[in-house]
Design a protein around this ligand. Structure first.
Ligand code: PLP
Length: 397
């Protein structure tokens, strides 16, 4: 099909939840570039929304997956798999946690984390089931995770939604303290709010949350679906703060594009799950586990975290220069390679102009330009993006 036919077929046959998309038909990826079906090339600073940590067709990754596809894709969790065992060991050895469970998406990882928190208190015979989350958070699109999400626009179309969630302002410890009742089971936050506008938690907030949850005997859940797997320059964002959660959720970059999510916990919490309490047909199948195992090994062995730190701070400084220069740039936020530029103008207009120049970038909300490039980008790639932004911004004044 040609471009027009493809877009027409989408309108004819696909449920219209995404609205009109960017009019680009992507066909192939190589390195940090995507190619459309008319041969046009795009420098990708979206990484499939923080998913493609290694960019496209990373040789070691492609080889491992090709081999896994011919060996075994799926055969259910009734049996054991070498690659699943190796992935579990690698994740546990490189995190604070003792146990892991695999899901197929971020929302499902959060659902599992919420179930585990509730089961933990059921086991103890305590009536604790409420979860406190932050305003402007994003935790997923299933009914429970949209109830957890602190943005009413996602909830309104589905009222009545599952109960048991309270939303309070982010980076506000007092608000959490005030919201805790005898029925509170957990506090769930993103170390950096991604969809909500690239809002990093402060050091005091993260430390305070840990102390508060300890004092109150409730669980702390970090949703690291966007910040995990190297995005901040550490394997997990909680390491940047030196604050460990009780339950950690992952997805996006974990499989470098192959759908896999996970939630992790210490033994004390994980033991609340007994046989039959949770499960998944696809979750942690050999293909997904091979993708995650290979991605993690590459990130840990090929100095990818050093690259995130170096190129991330270079990118931050260049964006900071732009902010100094242009009054309509209100704020620059983020860490490593999750960066947001808050504008006084609509971010969407800038995104469209950037695309015209052959570069893909994201928004977060109305006014924030969001950058989530593959973790393997170079300083030269950053210079290209800064050059294009500079050109577009200079026309605005
Ligand atoms: C993307 C995201 C989710 C949802 O993940 P899906 O795979 O789309 O279900 C949840 N939490 C955060 C922080 C996310 O960025």
């Amino acid at each position: 099909m040609n471009k027009q036919e493809i877009i027409q077929a989408d309108q004819d046959y696909f449920m219209n939840v995404f609205g009109p998309r960017f009019p680009i038909v992507l066909e192939k990826g190589e390195g940090v570039y995507l190619y459309d079906n008319e041969g046009k090339k795009y420098l990708d600073f979206t990484a499939g929304i923080a998913v493609n940590a290694l960019g496209y067709n990373y040789p070691e990754f492609s080889e491992a997956l090709k081999k896994q596809v011919t060996n075994l894709i799926h055969a259910s969790n009734l049996y054991y798999y070498d690659v699943q065992a190796k992935l579990s060991r690698l994740l546990i050895e490189n995190s604070y946690a003792d146990k892991v469970f695999y899901s197929n998406s971020g929302a499902e990882a959060n659902e599992g984390a919420i179930k585990l928190a509730k089961k933990y208190f059921k086991e103890k015979g305590e009536e604790k089931y409420e979860i406190i989350t932050a305003l402007n958070s994003f935790h997923g699109r299933t009914l429970v995770t949209l109830a957890a999400t602190g943005q009413s626009k996602y909830q309104k179309p589905y009222a009545p939604i599952p109960t048991g969630f309270k939303h309070v302002p982010y980076n506000d410890l007092e608000a959490i303290r005030d919201a805790i009742t005898d029925n509170t089971a957990a506090v769930m936050v993103e170390p950096i709010q991604g969809e909500g506008g690239v809002n990093p938690a402060t050091q005091e907030y993260m430390q305070g949350l840990r102390e508060l949850c300890n004092q109150e005997g409730i669980l702390l859940i970090f949703d690291e679906i966007q910040t995990g797997i190297g995005r901040t320059g550490s394997l997990f964002a909680y390491e940047e703060y030196g604050v460990e959660p009780d339950i950690l959720t992952l997805a996006k970059a974990l499989g470098n594009g192959v759908p896999i999510g996970a939630f992790l916990a210490k033994d004390e919490v994980a033991q609340a799950f007994k046989p039959g309490d949770h499960g998944s047909t696809f979750g942690g199948n050999p293909l997904a586990c091979q993708a995650a195992y290979t991605t993690l090994n590459i990130i840990l062995n090929n100095k990818i975290l050093d690259n995130v730190k170096d190129v991330g701070s270079y990118f931050y400084n260049r964006l900071s220069d732009l902010k100094e220069k242009y009054d309509f740039i209100k704020d620059l936020r983020g860490m490593g390679l999750i960066l947001g530029l808050e504008l006084e103008i609509e971010a969407k207009d800038i995104v469209n102009k950037v695309i015209d120049n052959g570069i893909l970038v994201l928004t977060a909300g109305k006014n924030v330009l969001r950058f989530l490039p593959p973790l393997v980008i170079t300083i030269e790639d950053v210079d290209k993006v800064i050059g294009v932004l500079e050109e577009i911004f200079s026309e605005k004044i």
